[in-house]
Design a protein around this ligand. Structure first.
Ligand code: UDP
Length: 467
């Protein structure tokens, strides 16, 4: 199969194989990258787990399940395991089936569309290693920010300097040398996880990158992370392609985006509800697909929203509340506080899952109360929506620091989630002078995001063709 390029030169079609861990926030950017690479003329196969398998229909993409084995109670699927335990368990479960699936693709591939490289989730060191062993070049796809990757690579050094958990209270506000503007409290952490496990995980990721990777791909862009990207390129001595924001590139590529994967069907009724609201009047509240809160924090969030007097759209997914008061069913959202619905009446709308990108693009949205997952952060930036930040774990602390301090487009809800403070913060971001300034800065960032070109993507495609 030969392709006619614009300049009249003929070249063979090359195939790229992509693989993502089955997290919402990893799978969606991976599928977007897959569709964009296809739109740039490459043949694309997506290897995927059975857990949270993607909807397997998108024009031009081939989907192949790896059929990993996960027994009930495995930390990868247990609601009681933390994110680090899930990452370790998924790496272990995916290693052999990923290797087998890739090996059979390599055997099947003809000369017409030989596999040029695999693009593997940058947290899946097991798949990176397996592809390296099969002699296939590996590009690591980071679905977090350049700053978060810089923090991750620095963890062994930070640990030696005494910055890993448990951290002394008086150290929390110290700046971290080499990772400014991060303070000690902003560093990546998973509460309750073992520091040795975290360091072991990071060492495995860094080892896999150093052993087999000829480049990394990041869903970020220069206008927001130029110094962080430059630092990464120096540290890793590897090409780093900042191809983000991925979801903004489809119009330019003239290709349809793949459908968003989510744990629940998005509830479109919230869009009609927003249609009836004045511009910038509604606060959108969502802590993403993984973060959970205890019943006490849930009640403080609810009553804080009620007290603020501000209209709100709140994503309360099943499993969002853990422990006592979580509710009886795994499929139903937790019960709302007693008297809450009577109090808010039509001022609040609660859904299990929202079409978030459409919500953020809606004129009625005034601000976004977010956990600062990297996808949510980018989506808010791209729509010029200021943020109220409540980071929960992992890289969310890093992203929240950039939102509030570096870009000036958000403020903290408060270290302790407490109803009076919540109400004050909500009013400040929605109707206060601070909120207006954040909105103005957010609008400028939005313009920079929409100016981000697809030139990094063109560079990536050329690089893949050269492998
Ligand atoms: N999302 C959504 N509807 C919701 C909540 C979240 O579509 O009700 C999407 C959101 O647009 C984002 C992703 O889920 O693309 C969440 O990814 P993020 O990195 O922000 O957080 P994570 O879920 O990985 O913690």
């Amino acid at each position: 199969q030969e392709q006619q390029l614009n300049n009249g030169v003929h070249r063979r079609r090359r195939r790229v194989v992509l693989f993502s861990l089955p997290f919402q926030g990893h799978l969606n950017p991976t599928l977007k990258l897959a569709a964009l690479l296809h739109a740039h003329g490459l043949a694309v196969t997506v290897l995927h787990t059975d857990l949270n398998a993607p909807a397997r229909h998108h024009p031009g993409l081939a989907f192949v399940p790896i059929h990993e084995t996960l027994l009930p109670g495995d930390p990868a699927v247990s609601p009681d395991s933390d994110i680090l335990a899930k990452l370790l368990a998924l790496n272990a479960a995916c290693a052999a089936p990923f290797r087998d699936a890739l090996a059979s693709l390599l055997l099947r591939g003809g000369h017409d569309d030989a596999v040029a490289c695999v693009v593997v989730d940058g947290q899946c060191y097991a798949a990176m290693r397996a592809a390296g062993e099969l002699g296939v070049p590996v590009l690591a796809l980071r679905t977090d920010s350049a700053a978060a990757l810089g923090n991750m690579l620095a963890i062994p050094r930070l640990r030696d300097a005494g910055y890993c958990l448990p951290i002394k209270e008086e150290k929390l506000d110290e700046p971290v040398r080499g990772l400014e503007p991060l303070r000690v409290r902003d560093l990546i952490r998973v509460d309750g996880c073992d520091a040795d496990d975290l360091c072991g995980f990071v060492a495995s990721v860094a080892g896999a990158v150093e052993a087999s990777v000829p480049g990394i791909v990041l869903n970020t862009f220069d206008a927001i992370e130029a110094p962080e990207l430059a630092a990464l390129r120096r540290e890793l001595s590897l090409p780093a392609f900042a191809v983000g924001p991925l979801h903004m590139l489809f119009r330019r590529a003239g290709a349809p985006p793949p459908p968003e994967q989510g744990p629940h069907a998005p509830d479109g009724t919230c869009l009609a509800w927003l249609d009836a609201r004045p511009p910038r009047s509604v606060l959108y509240v969502s802590l993403g697909s993984l973060a959970t809160v205890g019943r006490g924090v849930f009640e403080e969030m609810a009553w804080g929203l009620a007290r603020s007097g501000v209209p709100f759209l709140w994503v309360v997914r099943p499993g969002f509340v853990t422990g006592a008061g979580a509710g009886d069913s795994e499929d139903a959202p937790p019960p709302l506080p007693k008297g809450f619905e009577e109090e808010i009446k039509d001022r609040g709308k609660i859904v299990k899952w929202a079409p978030q990108r459409e919500v953020l693009a809606h004129t009625a949205i005034g601000a976004f109360w977010t956990h600062c997952g990297w996808n949510s952060t980018l989506e808010s930036v791209c729509e010029g929506v200021p943020m109220l930040v409540q980071p929960c774990f992992g890289d969310q602390m890093v992203n929240a620091r950039y939102v509030t301090h570096e870009w000036g487009v958000g403020m903290e809800v408060g270290e302790v989630i407490q109803r009076e403070r919540v109400a004050v913060a909500v009013k400040k971001v929605m109707v206060g002078e601070d909120g207006a300034q954040m909105r103005e800065r957010a609008r400028r960032l939005q313009m920079q995001a929409s100016d981000a070109t697809s030139s990094a993507m063109d560079g990536l495609v050329q690089y893949i063709m050269s492998l």
